[in-house]
Ligand binder design. Structure first.
Ligand code: HEC
Ligand code: HEC
Ligand code: HEC
Ligand code: HEC
Ligand code: HEC
Ligand code: HEC
Ligand code: HEC
Ligand code: HEC
Length: 426
């Protein structure tokens, strides 16, 4: 009996000392082990201000995980970890437009029929819309679908694990997201006089004191993390304009955005979602406030008169391109009304619905009529280029990729509509 008890004591002793041995006394530090697991990452961290200031791996990731066997115990930190030490930047970010990236993406009807890889997995829409603090419900949904990463927005401009301010001040920090199909601000700025001057300066071919504005100078000035523009992405706002034709055109566009009921003209429930993510400026004051802030940026280099005139021309091209778009919407809407093209299953109304992004969901994923696809492209690609090109001082985008393409789209739509009507079997 005695010897058995002794043996048990001895075994317990052995087990606990080996526990102490491996886990407390000689436990390998995070950065030491990760120096062989993820060497590049540790180098990045070593180059950062964080490593100098004792902000360690475990400060952000917790200390529960210590090897391959318990990787699931590691914390993949969201923005609140950064807020603990950088409250000012966090609070500004939380008030800005970037904070609505995830929620606005999820507010679209189309999002819920797209593949999860592109959303929660971050390989499509979710790769750029991973901007914004997620709600508990959104985090839960992501976990349940099996996606573990993409918890942090603060590493989008000063990327992990160097977390460098210098990197975030370089306009390239914005490039991955502000490019492409519907918001090519990168391409526009890069090839405008502003951008080319910035690059020329960067390569040492401009005089020392000479200047050129970067994205950050105009949109995140003086270190602020709160961003917003007067017109926003959709290029619509309230109140409606005084000019009767522009007012009618804007109403037609708001119907195609599904925020006004096409039959009654009354607001739909979608308007609440638009308000919730700060998608449009709802008052004249809110719009003017952003506009004046922007003009103060221009006035660093240009005369107030010069700058104001430039932005007014952009507003007025918005009016003219709305005329083209509204005419095209009306043609397609009439085809729906006359039963020439069929209402996609998921649409609320027999009317174009831009927020379905060309796919209509449900069983008829690709059943959007071709003419409605041309209309969508006219809105999402070409109208965007027309006014974004003017706002970013890029003549080629404003004209050839924008305005000229809208004119072409309208021509196509007219001809397609005629053919559809002529060949329609009653
Ligand atoms: C003895 C080696 C070792 C130690 C010590 C260690 N890790 Fe790891 N860690 C790993 C391995 C192995 C992986 C898994 C790599 C893989 O297969 O993706 C990992 C993965 C991770 C991940 C990524 C998790 C994921 O889902 O991709 C993080 C974050 C991490 N470790 C942080 C830490 C932190 C913080 C510490 C210290 C508290 C630490 N590690 C200590 C070996 C170690
Ligand atoms: C200032 C906070 C911070 C510090 C310090 C930090 N990390 Fe991270 N780490 C993050 C964030 C944020 C993510 C991304 C989380 C996400 O996207 O869900 C991340 C992701 C990771 C990942 C998984 C993603 C990848 O790219 O492989 C690993 C592994 C990792 N960290 C290891 C480490 C190690 C090792 C250290 C120390 C040398 C460290 N981290 C220090 C904030 C930090
Ligand atoms: C425990 C406190 C702490 C946490 C948590 C923390 N930081 Fe820091 N961070 C610091 C300190 C300290 C500095 C250095 C400040 C200085 O030198 O002025 C710093 C500096 C920075 C800088 C500026 C670096 C430069 O090049 O000047 C950035 C960007 C930054 N942190 C981002 C983040 C992000 C993003 C997170 C979350 C993923 C985070 N930090 C989490 C303490 C922290
Ligand atoms: C390349 C990165 C990228 C991809 C991919 C992307 N977006 Fe965006 N999205 C942006 C950017 C950047 C903006 C803001 C552009 C602007 O204001 O001009 C934006 C704007 C939006 C807006 C308007 C937000 C607002 O409040 O004004 C919605 C809604 C949206 N995207 C949904 C989606 C959906 C749904 C998908 C996938 C079908 C998608 N996006 C794919 C980067 C992206
Ligand atoms: C990871 C992707 C990503 C990066 C990087 C990024 N943005 Fe954005 N940005 C977005 C998305 C997504 C939106 C739309 C947010 C929403 O849906 O509410 C947006 C919105 C904006 C807006 C507001 C437009 C409006 O509606 O008024 C501005 C201005 C802006 N970004 C500027 C910048 C600048 C400048 C940088 C670089 C310093 C930058 N962004 C980096 C994704 C990004
Ligand atoms: C010289 C100043 C300036 C620079 C540089 C600049 N922008 Fe802009 N940006 C503007 C103005 C002006 C608007 C329109 C503001 C309004 O609605 O009144 C705008 C609008 C935007 C918008 C909202 C939608 C739109 O009209 O395009 C986004 C997003 C944006 N800019 C991102 C960027 C990014 C990213 C860069 C760098 C690649 C950049 N901007 C460079 C001045 C600038
Ligand atoms: C859209 C890009 C972008 C995002 C997203 C972003 N930052 Fe920044 N951050 C910047 C820029 C640009 C600077 C440099 C500001 C300056 O000095 O003018 C910066 C600087 C910083 C600094 C250094 C401040 C200083 O003066 O030393 C900290 C700290 C920081 N950011 C924290 C955060 C935190 C926390 C988040 C997330 C809540 C965040 N950032 C998200 C662009 C971004
Ligand atoms: C940091 C200084 C700076 C800021 C800020 C700035 N610009 Fe410029 N801008 C320049 C310089 C320099 C040029 C080149 C002048 C020339 O063509 O000789 C220029 C050129 C232009 C041009 C002419 C482009 C062409 O193709 O000839 C327009 C239009 C313009 N800026 C409008 C604006 C507007 C509007 C704003 C504010 C939204 C603004 N700029 C902000 C420095 C600036």
């Amino acid at each position: 009996m005695k010897s058995i008890r002794f043996l048990i004591y001895f075994l317990v002793f052995l087990l606990s000392s080996s526990f102490i041995y491996t886990n407390l006394i000689f436990a390998e530090s995070c950065d030491n082990c990760h120096r062989s697991i993820t060497p590049g990452l540790v180098k990045d961290w070593e180059s950062s201000k964080h490593s100098q200031k004792d902000v360690k791996c475990s400060t952000c990731h917790g200390d529960k995980h210590n090897g391959k066997h318990n990787v699931d115990l590691v914390i993949l930190p969201d923005e609140t970890i950064c807020a603990g030490c950088h409250k000012k930047q966090f609070d500004q970010f939380a008030k800005g437009k970037h904070n609505f990236g995830w929620t606005s993406m999820n507010a679209l009807p189309i999002t819920h029929v797209e593949p999860d890889e592109l959303m929660e997995g971050g390989k499509g829409c979710g790769g750029c819309h991973n901007m914004g603090i997620k709600t508990e419900a959104q985090k839960k949904e992501q976990k349940e679908k099996g996606y573990r990463y993409q918890n942090n927005s603060c590493d989008e401009c000063h990327t992990r694990h160097s977390f460098s301010k210098k990197e975030a001040l370089d306009p390239k920090a914005c490039q991955q997201c502000h490019m492409g199909y519907d918001h090519p601000q990168w391409e526009m700025w890069e090839s405008s006089k502003h951008g080319t001057r910035w690059f020329t300066k960067n390569s040492g071919n401009l005089l020392e004191g000479a200047n050129a504005p970067s994205c950050q100078n105009c949109h995140l000035p003086d270190g602020t993390h709160e961003n917003r523009t007067a017109w926003g992405f959709l290029g619509v706002r309230l109140p409606l304009p005084d000019d009767p034709q522009w007012k009618a055109d804007r109403i037609t566009i708001l119907k195609a955005l599904g925020v006004l009921n096409p039959e009654t003209g009354q607001p739909t429930s979608r308007i609440e979602a638009v308000k919730a993510v700060d998608m449009v400026r709802l008052t004249e004051e809110a719009w003017k406030d952003e506009r004046e802030k922007m003009l103060r940026r221009c006035n660093n280099c240009h005369s107030p008169n010069y700058a104001r005139k430039q932005l007014e021309m952009a507003d007025s091209i918005m009016q003219k391109s709305d005329r083209l778009l509204a005419e095209a919407i009306q043609i397609v809407a009439d085809l729906y009304k006359d039963g020439i093209i069929k209402k996609p299953e998921n649409y609320s109304f027999a009317y174009p619905d831009f927020l379905y992004f060309m796919q209509t969901g449900g069983g008829d994923l690709n059943k959007l009529s071709y003419i409605d696809q041309v209309l969508f492209q006219m809105y999402m690609k070409h109208r965007m280029r027309t006014y974004q090109g003017l706002f970013h001082m890029n003549p080629d985008y404003a004209y050839w990729y924008g305005w000229a393409m809208m004119v072409k789209d309208l021509g196509n739509i007219k001809e397609l509509a005629e053919t559809l009507r002529a060949t329609h079997k009653k």
